[in-house]
Design a protein around this ligand. Sequence first.
Ligand SMILES: [Zn+2]
Length: 70
Amino acid sequence: MSQEQTTITSSGVSKIAIAVLALVFGFGLFVVGFDQGHIFSVVMGEQAFDEMFIHELTHDMRHAAGFPCH
Ligand SMILES: [Zn+2]
């Protein structure tokens, strides 16, 4: 009597989900660490670089995370 055993493995996480999460991570990293008005400049123009809303919003987190700021 012989027993044959087949094991099928799959990671369960699709590559598309990993790619989407990597994009979300990259966007969040940019917002927290590097944005100086670039995102809002799409709708506000040059004025966004003077007001830097996202920079002010994430300022303390930026310093706590060790990103260069000013
Ligand atoms: Zn600062």
